[in-house]
Design a protein around this ligand. Structure first.
Ligand code: IPM
Ligand code: MG
Length: 370
């Protein structure tokens, strides 16, 4: 039997620790009931780390992150950190992890669960059965481009600068991931940029097209401007299968697609690096929702996005598709049985707390595993 997998758990701030606790329950269930075993280490990150160490992530934790088989990340940030300078803001920890671990491919699936189709703000006939994958480039573009900064001008006013920059290599490596994902899905890729106004967007479009013609022309590739994509997502989201896009556009479009599904509290994500010579890649799994400080400690947080992030870890880092499917099924069952956390509550359903939701998901796991 293979050795236990080393998981670094970084709950972070706000509702991060609460949803992580319920994920821990699910992990313990797998530890107890299956042959998949885990060695878990838990560390501070974000504001929680800043409060104790004056930095959003310490060198020791970075070191552990580099050595883990996979990272489970909760959420970071809160209003008490708003006035901190950029280099120590909680979000910096996440950006540093993404950059230093080379996590260039961010998979953000947006799935409408049958039981929740009427929770979307869009009409049910537009979102029913929706299953799209937003693939966001995560280590380049305007988030990291140089030059950047705020400079003083001679007239006493200031100028803020950020730079959108993409190279052939950065575009092609995320493009490859996109085409490969599509080849296991419906085979449709939309490459999204603003080639009509940005040179980096034009390069993106051209490189995606070349890559397609070289290796993937058995699939279907369309190019789309980001603004049009935003509109198409709310008009007719089911035309999409895989959307491959830049860091900033991916940030925006993934929030839109999250909202289509009825709740941000349902959506997991995976951030993946390049394979090394041993065929292993760095990976971090986190819910798409943030730290939601306004509901911290109220039992209103939905742990499903975090639990599904763990399922993505099983699938993409540990090659455990069967176990990942088990979690998806258990989540489908609690929803079918009418259990709802506050974010997805509708009249006639049963309102449950964060903790109860975690417990019930484990009960469903018991039921379907035996
Ligand atoms: C996300 C978040 C982050 C981002 C923040 C917290 C830095 O919005 O993961 O979508 O902008 O990438
Ligand atoms: Mg975002």
């Amino acid at each position: 039997m293979s050795a236990n997998k080393k998981i670094l758990m970084l709950p972070g701030d706000g509702i991060g620790p609460e949803v992580m606790q319920q994920t821990n329950r699910v992990i313990n269930w797998f530890d107890k009931n299956t042959e998949v075993g885990f060695d878990i280490e838990e560390e501070l990150v974000g504001g929680a780390s800043y409060d104790k160490y004056n930095t959003p992530i310490t060198d020791e934790v970075m070191e552990k992150a580099l050595n883990a088989d996979a990272i489970l990340f909760g959420a970071v940030g809160g209003p008490e950190y708003d006035d901190l300078s950029f280099d120590v803001k909680p979000e910096r920890a996440l950006l540093k992890l993404r950059k230093d671990l080379g996590l260039f491919a961010n998979l953000r699936p947006a799935i409408v669960f049958n039981a929740l189709a009427d929770a979307s703000s869009l009409k049910i006939e537009i979102v029913r059965g929706l299953d799209i994958m937003i693939l966001r480039e995560l280590t380049g573009g305007i988030y990291f481009g140089e030059p950047r900064g705020i400079e003083k001008l001679s007239d006493g006013t200031r100028r803020g600068i950020n730079t959108e920059v993409y190279s052939t290599k950065e575009i092609r490596r995320v493009g490859e991931v996109g085409f490969e994902l599509a080849s296991k899905r419906k085979g449709i890729v939309h490459s999204v940029e603003k080639a009509n106004v940005m040179e980096s967007g034009l390069l993106w479009r051209e490189e995606m097209q070349y890559l397609y013609e070289e290796k993937f022309d058995h699939l279907k590739l369309s190019h789309m401007y980001a603004d049009n994509c935003a509109m198409q997502l709310v008009k007719d989201p089911r035309q999409f299968d895989v959307i491959v896009t830049t860091n900033l556009f991916g940030d925006l479009l993934s929030d839109i697609s999250a909202a289509l599904t009825g709740s941000l509290g349902m959506l997991p994500s995976a951030s993946l690096g390049e394979y090394n010579k041993q065929g292993i890649r760095k990976s971090l799994y986190e819910p798409v929702h943030g730290s939601a400080p306004d509901i911290r400690g109220t039992g209103k947080a939905n742990p499903i996005a975090m639990i599904l992030s763990f399922a993505m870890m099983l699938r993409y880092s540990l090659d455990r598709n069967k176990e990942a499917d088990l979690i998806k099924k258990a989540v489908g069952l609690v929803l079918k049985d009418g259990l709802r956390t506050a974010d997805i509550f509708q009249s006639g359903k049963t309102l449950v707390s964060t903790e109860k939701m975690g417990e019930e998901i484990c009960n469903r796991l018991d039921r379907i595993a035996n």
